[in-house]
Design a protein around this ligand. Structure first.
Ligand SMILES: [Zn+2]
Length: 100
């Protein structure tokens, strides 16, 4: 973000002029021309103009999230414990039945 050199108000993008971005102060209306590169650096660039590097980072974040296990280790442990209990019960029934 950039602030007005006159009153210190917030400068917001007011339009484009070739390769420059026009910034206007929301308080006094002071305008300033900013190069597209500077606008990007200051975070003024709109979504459709997102630099390629940022898109790559987003894609990487998505694939990282996919690699992450859906369940926590504790949840897995708990589920395994429950499964073992059911198995033991079944085995017990089987054994008891066989004694008859
Ligand atoms: Zn101003």
């Amino acid at each position: 973000m950039k602030f007005c050199p006159r009153c210190g108000g917030l400068m917001v993008p007011a339009g484009r002029e070739g390769d420059s971005v026009i910034l206007r102060c929301i308080r006094c209306g002071y305008t300033e021309k900013l190069s597209l590169e500077d606008a990007r650096r200051l975070g003024y660039v709109v979504a459709s103009e997102t630099p390629r590097e940022e898109r790559t980072i987003t894609t990487m974040k998505v694939s990282e999230a996919k690699r992450k296990p859906p369940k926590s280790l504790e949840e897995w442990e708990q589920e395994r414990e429950e499964y073992r209990e059911i198995l033991q019960e079944l085995l017990q029934e089987e054994l008891e039945g066989g004694e008859e």
